[in-house]
Design a binder for this molecule. Structure first.
Ligand SMILES: [Zn+2]
Length: 362
């Protein structure tokens, strides 16, 4: 009798294990890795493909996710605007503009919707639902506050696809205000120096400008030409950065005006001849990588500012747990460390080994 009872329980457990295995096998049968990138077979579309394809779903506008040359793109209005700004000569034949939480049905009866990723303006987690299963492809994301984009929202799912850019326990991103106050203090201490901050053009630039305003910087900003179009694009979506001017408006002696002011430029311009035209510049660089001294030296940043648009170690783990996903797929970054840590915590995790992602593209 007791043996029969145990056998029945054993059978029920076995059935539930097989059901789990079947579910996961099913997701892998419709979400596949192809040379172009992650592929949703029933809907015949790719997510952030790194080669031109017929139909691409795009998580956000950074160049390693949003590449030119696709025939059809599906993305948020903001991401579409960013792509149009970056690739003015590349107009996809079809553009599907999808708002956050708006539901669309793709070919093959795949349901699609977007949830905010908190990474940059327009960044979205792509949610795909098919035959009762849900996969969330997060692209890049962060959990820290950022008023220049919609905050990350946890979406419960069967499979969560995560990045791992800063997936090492050493990475713990400080509050943005702490980093910004370094600049404010330096401006007070060195009013004769221009303060040059290296920033990526999309997202970082606008987040740093916004935070400096919140921190009390009231003078105009001066922008390197490479930062202007995307800053104007943020403004067209309602962001305000106060008074700013292109550095190129100031010729010769008028550059003296930059003393005690904040100048923003792409990271590559910190070390080149352009930066030597500024009066006594204090060199700063805003990046998650500034936590590593060697990287700060490499960028010639006297004032490294740890400002990241990615989740740090704790937030990566926390997010994977909060999605309650039965399996985590890891796309790029410190894949091994995250996979190891999740596995220790009893969460199934695997590396996707996607090519074409750049660790510097913050
Ligand atoms: Zn990104």
């Amino acid at each position: 009798m007791a043996a029969g009872f145990l056998l029945a329980i054993y059978e029920i457990r076995l059935r539930s294990i097989f059901k789990d295995m079947n579910d996961l096998t099913n997701i892998e049968s419709w979400m596949q890795i192809r040379p172009e990138g992650l592929y949703c077979a029933p809907a015949d579309c790719f997510i952030d493909p790194h080669q031109p394809v017929e139909h691409a779903l795009i998580t956000h506008g950074h160049a390693d996710h949003a590449r030119p040359g696709h025939r059809r793109i599906t993305a948020t209005a903001e991401t579409i605007s960013i792509m149009q700004t970056r690739y003015p000569d590349d107009a996809p034949a079809i553009v599907d503009n999808v708002a956050y939480f708006e539901e669309k049905t793709l070919p093959g009866s795949v349901k699609l919707w977007f949830a905010p990723a908190g990474h940059i303006l327009g960044s979205a987690q792509i949610v795909l639902e098919y035959q009762g299963q849900r996969i969330v492809i997060s692209g890049d994301y962060k959990r820290h506050e950022d008023p220049t984009c919609k905050p990350f929202e946890v979406v419960k799912c069967d499979v969560f696809v995560t990045e791992a850019t800063f997936a090492l326990p050493v990475f713990s991103h400080p509050p943005l205000n702490d980093e910004i106050s370094k600049v404010i203090r330096s401006l007070a201490m060195f009013p004769e120096s221009s303060h040059l901050i290296g920033v990526y053009a999309l997202g970082k630039c606008q987040r740093v400008m916004h935070a400096l305003r919140e921190g009390g910087y009231a003078d105009p900003f001066y922008l390197h030409g490479a930062l202007i179009k995307l800053t104007e694009l943020y403004e067209s979506y309602g962001m305000s950065f106060g008074d700013w001017h292109p550095v190129s408006d100031l010729k010769g002696k008028s550059r003296e005006e930059l003393r005690g002011k904040v100048v923003l430029c792409p990271p590559g311009s910190l070390a080149d001849r352009w930066s030597r035209t500024l009066p006594d510049p204090v060199m700063a660089m805003a990046s998650g990588w500034m936590q590593i001294r060697a990287r700060a030296r490499q960028r010639r940043a006297e004032m490294p500012l740890i400002v990241s648009d990615h989740a740090d170690w704790k937030d990566l783990i926390r997010t994977c747990e909060e999605t309650e996903a039965r399996e985590i797929w890891i796309t790029h970054g410190r894949v091994d460390a995250l996979q190891h840590e999740l596995t220790l915590g009893g969460i199934k995790a695997k590396a996707l080994d996607l090519i074409g992602r750049e660790e510097e593209a913050e």
